[in-house]
Design a protein around this ligand. Structure first.
Ligand SMILES: Cc1cc2nc3c(=O)[nH]c(=O)nc-3n(C[C@H](O)[C@H](O)[C@H](O)COP(=O)(O)O)c2cc1C
Length: 209
């Protein structure tokens, strides 16, 4: 997670990954703690990550309880400042990496190979190892610099999945819009989920299910 607005997207992706039986290496950038605090009121602490994560994932984007009964044993948490952490090496086995949400600063850092923290280093490692990297960028409007950085990431093999929800899947709540974006992120990573209703084509009545 980097410090763009959109922590509900990250919560939805995390819940779905755990529900799909995936194990997760979690990195929360320093700036992401600010957005998490701003958007949820949760002050995320390295030393109490399990407790803070549990509290966060149990809440939906509408502030109501989310359906979440997956335990957190499948999560390995790494401090963003820990450049000696597992994911900073290509020899650490992962299936890929999802940056959700992705700030323009993170996009720039990964495009330029800065590796200024564990998040950026792990993303660069993911690219060099030719593993799937999905970048859910959240900013509007986008300037030319960011657009060029996104093209660089696309050229390097990343999937750029803007956090821009579609409205054709029958959304009636904020959580539906959040889950749509989270679902498209998981689609890009090849992870099965039931987060949104898929478009069935105009012959199917033009509806999604
Ligand atoms: C409340 C809040 C919301 C923010 N929203 C965005 C955003 O939507 N997109 C973005 O690119 N940056 C946003 N930022 C700025 C980033 O947090 C900032 O560029 C930071 O340096 C990103 O660092 P990171 O990529 O290491 O997480 C926001 C900052 C705050 C405090």
């Amino acid at each position: 997670m980097s410090g763009a607005s959109g922590t509900p997207y990250a919560a939805s992706v995390l819940r779905a990954l755990l529900a799909a039986g995936e194990s997760v290496d979690l990195v929360v950038s320093r700036a992401s703690r600010l957005t998490l605090l701003d958007e949820t009121g949760i002050s995320f602490r390295d030393a109490h990550w399990r407790e803070d994560l549990g509290e966060w994932l149990a809440r939906g984007a509408d502030g109501k309880p989310a359906s979440f009964d997956v335990d957190l044993d499948a999560v390995r948490y790494w401090s963003a400042g820990d450049l000696a952490a597992g994911p900073s090496s290509g020899s650490y086995a992962t299936k890929g990496m999802l940056v959700v949400p992705a700030s323009t600063a993170c996009v720039a850092g990964v495009a330029l190979g800065l590796s200024k923290d564990l998040l950026q280093r792990a993303a660069s490692v993911t690219l060099k190892e030719r593993r799937p990297l999905v970048v859910a960028v959240r900013e509007t409007p986008l300037n030319g610099q960011t657009l060029r950085h996104l093209v660089t990431l696309d050229d390097a093999g990343a999937s750029v999945v803007p956090a821009s929800p579609g409205f054709y899947a029958g959304a009636t709540h904020i959580q539906d819009l959040v889950d749509f974006v989270a679902g498209r992120v998981l689609d890009a990573a090849g992870v099965e989920h039931g987060l949104y209703r898929r478009w069935r084509g105009a012959l199917g009545g033009g509806s999604a299910d």
